[in-house]
Design a protein around this ligand. Structure first.
Ligand code: G3I
Length: 497
């Protein structure tokens, strides 16, 4: 769609409610998956879920030899075959990780690259998503990379505090470049993801900015041409950095606005979140997480980290959707809440359907750096009090022939909003853009991404940043902003330069 009005797509409520998680999710346009082991492939796996993540058997400590070859692939094969015969997607988990590295512990980038090639090629397009890099960022909300292998290979050549510059070495960048090369050379449909925990909200407990989420955002923004998807692990518990914050949806949205798919990859929710910012009922907490994903079109999947509480890695938290075990399971209130929420479907703008103007086709044969981009700014206050959207109000400017047009999609809640803006080039490629819009009285922008802004209220001009000014004819790029107040009646006007 070039410059036309954006239609609001309301999927659901369904005429007849679906009775399994996978059917309800499919109707809403996302997958609902589970982490599984070869010895727990009970009927429920294929009945309730349409995506499968190997909980352990696709990790390097199982799969990798010290030279980057493959070994012990039978467990992974069992899971992949089971997924195929049950019409389930597979998420490969995981290629580069400081933990469970096995024989790869301490390996060079060259050896990691060998392993990446072997693993991706073995299953090809049978793997819909690969977690290429897992848990690259430090704990305790420092916003730093981990200081243990493989990240000890990183070099900040110019000492500016990041690894994004031309002379820098970055294991994240180099692993993704390798993975992308392999996918392209093989003609696979596999999408390449970065996955981490404690990155779910814009803020952590008490409204402190989530520096780990911001660091992940900067990585995705810098390496967008290699990264197709972002995983928020979503192990929610009483840790102040692991809570369900009310700005979960806004954070999903800001990543989605970079053009990547967002997935909730390892969901479990402690059944007693006494420190949780937004309440302690497990079923209600599940509902909030599912709703936050449903409200962002590019949030295309949710995976729970196991079937039942007793078989979970954190059984004491009783964090999953079923009780029971060994193939005999009972649905919990959390299950019913998730099913009900999925059956309500999405209410989102079609303007957010996954496609992107960001080139993904040209992968360098060597480690080509990308430019340094300033770290993102996230609001330190004005955290929304409710994540429930009240509207999705797209509008559009008039197409400007050879110039550009812009359309907006608004997710609003009581007292706040997130606006996604799509800039579409007309008949000619543009090399820069300016989007002007006027906010209603009382509305204030608190945070913007993928654009510079001239003001926080009234008439605001947004201009491209270094990496998204060029938009090919007929293609688009997107930016977004978050604010307080209301954001009704926005009419963006786009000027190309
Ligand atoms: O299978 C052996 C068993 O034979 C042995 O008797 C037993 C003794 O400890 O260990 C068993 O292996 C355990 C394995 O899980 C299977 O249950 C390992 O010790 C144990 O370390 C391993 O834990 C896994 C953990 O990753 C390791 O880091 C969990 O199952 C798995 O759920 C967890 O998954 C991670 C994700 O990959 C990344 N995100 C966090 C998530 C939870 O930690």
């Amino acid at each position: 769609m070039v410059g036309g009005a954006v239609a609001v797509q309301s999927i659901g409520p369904a005429a007849a409610a679906e009775t399994t998680l996978r059917a309800a999710a499919a109707k809403a346009g996302l997958f609902f998956g589970v982490a599984a082991s070869p010895n727990r492939l009970y009927p429920i796996v294929g009945q309730e879920f349409n995506q499968l993540t190997p909980e352990n058997v696709m990790k390097p400590d199982t799969l990798a030899t010290s030279s980057g070859g493959l070994q012990n692939t039978s467990g992974a094969d069992t899971l992949v075959n089971h997924a195929q015969s049950n019409n389930m997607l597979v998420r490969g988990h995981t290629l580069v990780w400081h933990s469970q590295a096995g024989a790869l512990q301490g390996a060079s980038q060259a050896t990691l690259n060998t392993f990446i090639g072997n693993a991706i090629n073995r299953w090809g397009s049978k793997i819909a998503y690969w977690d290429v890099v897992n848990e690259a960022l430090e704990d305790n909300n420092t916003g730093r990379r981990r200081n243990q292998w493989p990240h000890t290979m990183n070099r900040d050549a110019n000492g500016d505090g990041d690894y994004f510059d031309s002379g820098d070495t970055d294991v994240i960048r180099d692993s993704f470049i390798r993975a992308k090369q392999v996918v392209q050379a093989g003609g696979f449909t596999t999408k390449l993801c970065i996955n981490d925990y404690d990155v779910e909200g814009l803020t952590v407990q008490g409204g402190t900015p989530n520096r780990k989420a911001n660091a992940l955002y900067d990585i995705v923004r810098n390496y967008r041409q290699y990264i197709d998807c972002v995983g928020f692990q979503s192990h929610f518990n009483d840790n102040p950095n692991s809570i369900i914050s009310s700005d979960l949806q806004a954070n999903i949205q800001r990543f989605a606005d970079l053009g990547v798919e967002v997935h909730i990859t390892e969901l479990d929710i402690d059944d007693d979140l006494s420190n949780n910012d937004i309440g302690s009922g497990q079923a209600e907490n599940y509902r909030k997480v599912v709703r936050a994903c449903l409200n962002v079109a590019k949030c295309t999947g949710i995976t729970v980290w196991g079937i039942s509480d007793s078989e979970s890695w954190r059984s004491s938290e009783r964090g999953l959707l079923f009780t029971g075990g060994n193939g005999s399971y009972q649905k919990k209130a959390a299950y019913t809440a998730v099913l009900d929420e999925l059956n309500k479907g999405r209410t989102v703008s079609t303007s957010s359907v996954p496609t992107s103007s960001v080139p993904t086709s040209s992968v360098p044969t060597s480690s080509v750096p990308t430019s340094s981009v300033p770290t993102s700014s996230v609001p330190t206050s004005s955290v929304p009090t409710s994540s429930v959207p009240t509207s999705s109000v797209p509008t559009s400017s008039v197409p400007t022939g050879g110039g550009c047009s812009a359309s907006v999609s608004v997710n609003a809640w009581t007292g706040g909003f997130v606006v996604s803006v799509r800039v579409t080039a007309g008949a000619s490629t543009i090399n820069g853009w300016n989007v002007r819009l006027t906010l209603p009285s009382g509305a204030t922008v608190t945070n913007a991404w993928s654009a510079n802004r001239s003001a926080n209220s009234g008439t605001v001009q947004f201009t491209n940043v270094s990496y998204n000014g060029r938009v090919n004819a007929g293609q688009y790029t997107e930016f977004g902003f978050q604010g307080t107040g209301t954001a009704t009646g926005l009419t963006p006007v786009c000027t190309a330069s």
